[in-house]
Design a protein around this ligand. Structure first.
Ligand code: FES
Length: 155
């Protein structure tokens, strides 16, 4: 871990001036590097930028595109925006939770799936929509969503 910290310190020194305005760019950099924001890495950002760790954590948790916890191998995002909700997103969500023992905002015990709800995926014409590993699927039924999960399980 110490060498990881040292490498990150060097990268931050090289790419991010010690300026408060660099907080979000640095957090996005971490997110890109690790796929989430490990606590130790946020501590390094705090040290590098001279910003309180609580402020770094507060910024990290304020943006839905930034993930604090390590995600599962597959990320399933169910849109729960108005159009999707009105067209059956609640059924799709409930189905995934019960059929695969998934819980919104968490990763399955085997580390295979992270289930998330998002407020609007901006594909409202395709409602209800889910995103599976970055690819959107529209007008999905509960069975469609289950099929996508099973396909991911076998991949
Ligand atoms: S409400 Fe679901 S994509 Fe907009």
């Amino acid at each position: 871990m110490t060498s990881e910290r040292n490498i990150l310190r060097r990268e931050l020194r090289e790419n991010f001036p010690r300026d408060h305005g660099q907080l979000l760019p640095a957090l996005h950099y971490l997110h890109h590097q690790f796929g989430h924001l490990p606590e130790w890495a946020m501590e390094v950002v705090s040290w590098h930028l001279g910003i309180a760790a609580s402020e770094v954590y507060g910024a990290a948790t304020s943006y839905t595109e930034l993930r604090i916890d390590k995600p599962g191998k597959h990320i399933v995002r169910v849109c729960t925006g108005l159009s999707c909700w009105a067209n059956g997103a609640s059924d799709v969500l409930a189905s995934l939770q019960s059929r695969f023992d998934m819980h919104s905002g968490s990763t399955t015990d085997d580390g295979q799936f992270t289930l998330e709800e998002i407020p609007c995926g901006f594909v409202c014409a395709l409602a209800p929509a889910i995103e599976m590993d970055g690819a959107w699927h529209g007008r999905v039924s509960s069975d469609d969503a289950s099929r996508l999960i099973k396909e991911a399980m076998s991949s």
